[in-house]
Write a protein that binds this ligand. Structure first.
Ligand SMILES: C[S@@+](CC[C@H](N)C(=O)[O-])C[C@H]1O[C@@H](n2cnc3c(N)ncnc32)[C@H](O)[C@@H]1O
Length: 300
C-alpha cells in the first residue's frame, strides 16, 4: 500500500498555526510553501508579535485580553494575534477599526471562515472609536500599525479614554505638525537659528514626524504611561519603523506635561494643544491615578 506523502514541515511555523490564514495573508504560497520573500515577512510578523506577546502575558489570566487595532487594514496583525495567542485561550477579543468598508467585510468573512469567532471588525474612523458604545469601556491593549496620518493620535486618545493597559504603536507619517511648522516657518526663522532644522521642505516633513512622535511620548507620560521607543528591526520594507510601547502605570507625570507644552511653544505649535492633547488639563490636575481597571471581557 502506498502512503500519501506527509505534508512538508516548515520549521518557521509554530504548532497549531493556521495554514489557511497564512495563505490568505500571502505568507504561504497557494501550495503551502514559504518563499524567500514570505520567509522575511513571517520573520517580521514574529518580531512584532514577540513584543506584544510579552505584554499580553503580563495580563491576569482568565479574562480578556481585549485588543483594539486601529487602522487595521487587512487586519493581518489582529489575525496573527488571534491565531498565535487568543485561539488557544477561552477568553479574549480582537476588534479591528477600519474606514475602508471592503476591508471590514473581507476580514469579517475571513474570521468566519477560520472560525475565529472572537474577532470583530468595525467600519469606523479611529476618531469615532472613542465615542463608540459598541466598544468596551476599558480595554487591555490598543494597537495601531502604520495607521495613516492622525489615526495614531486617535488611537492614543481612544487608549487614554478606555484606560488601555498597553498601547503598541508604529506610527505612519503625520502631516499635521509639519503643516504647522510650514505655516510659521518665516516667523521661526527670524526668531531662532534652530529653525534651519526645518527650513527645507524635506526637512520640514522629517522634523514634523520626529516632533510628532516626541509629543506623543510626552503626552502618554503626562497621562500616566511609561513609554519605550525602539526600532522595529527587520521592518526593512518600511521607513516607518519606530515602535512606541506605552504601559499604563497611572502615574501622571506633571514634568512631561510641562515639557510637552514647552516643546509646543518652542516650535510654534501651541494651537495643537487643544486639538491633540486635550486630556493634558485633566492629567495635570491629578498627580497620579491608581484606579484599578475593571475586567474588560465583552462580546460584540
Ligand atoms: C497603511 S494601512 C496599515 C494597515 C495595517 N495596520 C497594516 O499594518 O497592515 C492603514 C490603514 O488605515 C486605514 N485608515 C486610515 N485612516 C483611518 C482612520 N482615520 N480610521 C481608521 N482607519 C483608518 C486605511 O484605510 C488603511 O487600511
Amino acid at each position: 500500500m502506498t502512503r500519501a506523502p506527509a505534508p512538508p514541515t516548515i520549521p518557521e511555523l509554530r504548532p497549531g498555526q493556521s495554514i489557511e490564514l497564512l495563505k490568505e495573508l500571502h505568507i504561504l504560497t497557494r501550495d503551502g510553501k514559504l518563499n524567500q520573500d514570505s520567509r522575511r515577512k513571517l520573520k517580521q510578523v514574529y518580531h512584532l508579535y514577540q513584543f506584544i506577546e510579552k505584554l499580553l502575558l503580563e495580563l491576569p489570566e482568565g479574562q480578556g485580553p481585549t485588543i483594539v487595532d486601529h487602522g487595521a487594514g487587512k487586519s493581518y496583525l489582529g489575525f496573527i494575534l488571534y491565531d498565535l495567542f487568543l485561539k488557544s485561550r477561552a477568553t479574549g477579543h480582537v476588534v479591528g477599526v477600519e474606514t475602508r468598508a471592503e476591508l471590514v467585510e473581507r476580514s469579517t468573512a475571513l474570521a468566519q471562515r477560520l472560525g475565529f469567532d472572537r474577532m470583530s471588525f468595525l467600519h469606523l474612523a479611529a476618531a469615532d472609536a472613542v465615542a463608540s458604545p459598541v466598544l468596551p469601556p476599558t480595554v487591555d491593549m490598543v494597537t495601531a500599525l502604520h495607521a495613516c496620518d492622525t489615526a495614531t493620535d486617535d488611537a492614543i486618545d481612544f487608549g487614554l479614554a478606555r484606560q488601555a493597559r498597553f498601547m503598541v504603536l508604529v506610527p505612519c507619517c503625520q502631516a499635521e505638525v509639519a503643516a504647522c511648522l510650514r505655516q510659521h516657518k518665516a516667523l521661526s526663522l527670524s526668531r531662532t537659528p534652530l529653525a534651519e532644522l526645518w527650513r527645507h521642505p524635506l526637512h520640514t516633513r522629517e522634523m514634523g514626524s520626529q516632533i510628532t512622535n516626541v509629543l506623543r511620548c510626552l503626552y502618554l507620560e503626562a497621562c500616566g504611561y511609561q513609554v519605550t521607543v525602539t526600532e522595529l528591526v527587520g521592518w526593512e520594507h518600511s521607513l516607518k519603523n519606530e515602535l512606541i510601547i506605552a504601559r499604563r502605570t497611572g502615574q501622571k507625570k506633571r514634568s512631561a506635561a510641562e515639557r510637552l507644552r514647552a516643546v509646543l511653544a518652542e516650535f510654534g505649535l501651541g494651537e495643537l494643544e487643544g486639538v491633540r492633547f486635550g486630556r493634558l488639563a485633566v492629567a495635570a490636575s491629578v498627580d497620579s491615578d491608581t484606579t484599578e481597571q475593571q475586567s474588560s471581557a465583552f462580546s460584540l
